[in-house]
Design a protein around this ligand. Structure first.
Ligand code: SAM
Ligand code: SF4
Length: 482
């Protein structure tokens, strides 16, 4: 059907393509062929992951089909080791900033969908963005992801203006140093504008790769209803020069086994067409209850906690170089249990309504009209403290993207396991800033212990240089990095 919107010509080109890169038949046949594999087969695949090599589809299918408790535990162990080897045991922190909940789409699972009259619609103006960012910086945030619905009010020029505003806000100690974007798919000329204002990762989640399910939850006639427009969002981003791309699936819409295989197919497609550049990050939100959104209360393919753990470990093992993001949709307990399986980024101190940071500060409460509920509403400082107790080092690092280590360059570094040569020293430096500028006494005490431990594990030159930079930070310098 014709949609008659500004992307219509591009929709027509996509519609005329004989096929796209998601081969549903192949996915189903590989899943069927690899149910309950032998332990030797599973261990052969784990050996490949251990060497930090991206898995092929049949290998991922073996991990998915494995139901043997012993080798599932082995899988968790290798995922843990692999994450440590590729990224070091640092966890990167960020917080989302909801810019607008105005949306012309009508996704069944989302509180922002156009037919939801329970939502009070709002787009922040520049003054309000400034207020939100100020509060985030005062809490210690350095990285954010800006979230938008799909509406003419938040077109790409507005997005660019909002990104510039976010970068403009400075306080005595801080500023937001990396603004990622989570928005609707865009055309190449629009994406080039986002590149110019210096966004970090460009995130678009496919939600579900299963066509029939996609059509059933995204009404035809809406822009989001066009499966291929979304499927090729990252191809256009990479063509526009945005080379840190974030993929994702919304778990609960269709069978998680199918979705994992499709995520890997998407990864392989990007690697093939863009000089080996796969996704910079993969997100795996599970549907959580949203205001006046019955579908979100009881999704058809709800993923339980045990399967959620397998999903994360399998992603880590299958795409070793990618960052894995576990958001505050999950409870503190769930996050604690999945972080050791290969998660590399989490949000904390999260508020998800439009204007929610100001609202929480002034009214000391969360707005009641949200896109979905969050499971972990602890403060940034509380989560930082817990991450330290788990033996990980919190990181507020934004060095790679600011040093131009993105896309192909990042992939080479990440794939060859050298990222921890940057990641750990930069985690130490940015965490030192956090401890000096924002931490409570209790977190500072625990944090200094974790920081010293990680500093002392650095070897030779890296140790000397990092230690010297720490002294400069103690004397008042900020934003030092490798
Ligand atoms: N409007 C843009 C879009 O849909 O791509 C981006 C913003 S949307 C608010 C960001 C993501 O939130 C969606 O891609 C979807 O995966 C997720 N989401 C929507 N409803 C949700 C729910 N009930 N529970 C958890 N995540 C949800
Ligand atoms: Fe709009 Fe995105 Fe929500 Fe769909 S998921 S209704 S496009 S904000």
């Amino acid at each position: 059907m014709r949609y008659l919107n500004k992307y219509q010509d591009e929709f027509d080109v996509l519609d005329a393509m004989e096929k796209d890169f998601i081969d549903e038949e192949l996915i189903h046949s590989l899943l069927d062929a690899n149910k309950n594999p032998g332990r030797d087969e599973v261990r052969r695949v784990l050996e490949k992951s251990r060497n930090c090599i991206r898995l092929d589809l049949d290998e991922m299918a073996i991990l998915i089909g494995n139901n043997d408790p012993d080798t599932i535990q082995e899988m968790f162990g290798v995922a843990f080791e692999l994450k440590k080897e590729v990224y070091g045991d640092r966890i990167v922190f960020f917080a989302p900033l909801y810019i607008s909940d105005e949306c012309a789409n009508n996704c069944k699972y989302c509180g922002f969908r156009s037919s939801n009259v329970a939502i009070h619609r709002k787009t922040l103006n520049m003054q309000e963005i400034e207020e939100e960012v100020q509060i985030m910086i005062d809490e210690g945030q350095k990285r954010t992801v800006l979230v938008y619905g799909e509406s003419p009010k938040t077109n790409v020029d507005f997005m660019c203006e909002s990104v510039r505003k976010v970068y403009e806000v400075k306080t005595e100690n801080g500023e937001i140093r990396r603004a990622n974007i989570n928005c609707a798919p865009l055309a190449i000329d629009e994406l080039k504008k986002l590149k110019e204002v210096g966004i970090g990762t460009f995130q678009v989640f496919q939600e579900t790769y299963h066509r029939k399910t996609y059509e059933s939850v995204h009404p035809q006639g809406t822009i989001k209803g066009h499966y291929r427009w979304r499927l090729y969002a990252m191809d256009r981003a990479l063509k526009a020069g945005l080379d840190d791309c974030g993929l994702g699936v919304l778990f609960g819409l269709y069978d998680w086994r199918f979705e994992l295989m499709a995520l890997l197919m998407h990864t392989m497609h990007l690697e093939k067409h863009f000089n080996g550049v796969g996704p910079h990050t993969i997100s795996f939100p599970r549907i959580t209850p949203a205001t006046d959104t019955p579908f979100s209360l009881n999704p058809d393919y709800a993923v339980n906690d045990d399967d959620f753990k397998r999903i994360i470990a399998i992603l880590r093992l299958s795409v070793p170089y990618t960052g894995l993001i576990c958001t505050a949709r999950e409870s503190a307990q769930v996050r604690e249990s999945v972080i050791p399986l290969g998660v590399s980024q989490i949000d904390a101190g999260t508020r998800i309504g439009v204007g929610a940071y100001s609202h929480a500060k002034h009214a000391n409460m969360l707005p009641d009209k949200e896109q979905f509920t969050i499971g972990d509403s602890r403060s940034l400082d509380d989560v930082v403290g817990q991450i330290c107790e788990m033996g990980n080092i919190p990181s507020f690092c934004t060095a790679c993207y600011r040093a131009g280590r993105t896309g192909e360059h990042f992939m080479k570094v990440a794939k060859s396991k050298f990222v921890h040569n940057y990641c750990i020293p930069n985690a130490v430096l940015t965490f030192k800033e956090y401890l000096l500028d924002y931490a409570t006494d209790e977190t500072r005490l625990e944090g200094e212990r974790v920081l010293a431990e990680h500093l002392n594990n650095l070897k030779g030159d890296a140790f000397e240089k990092t230690q010297a930079m720490i002294r400069r930070i103690e004397k008042g310098e900020r934003d030092l990095r490798f």
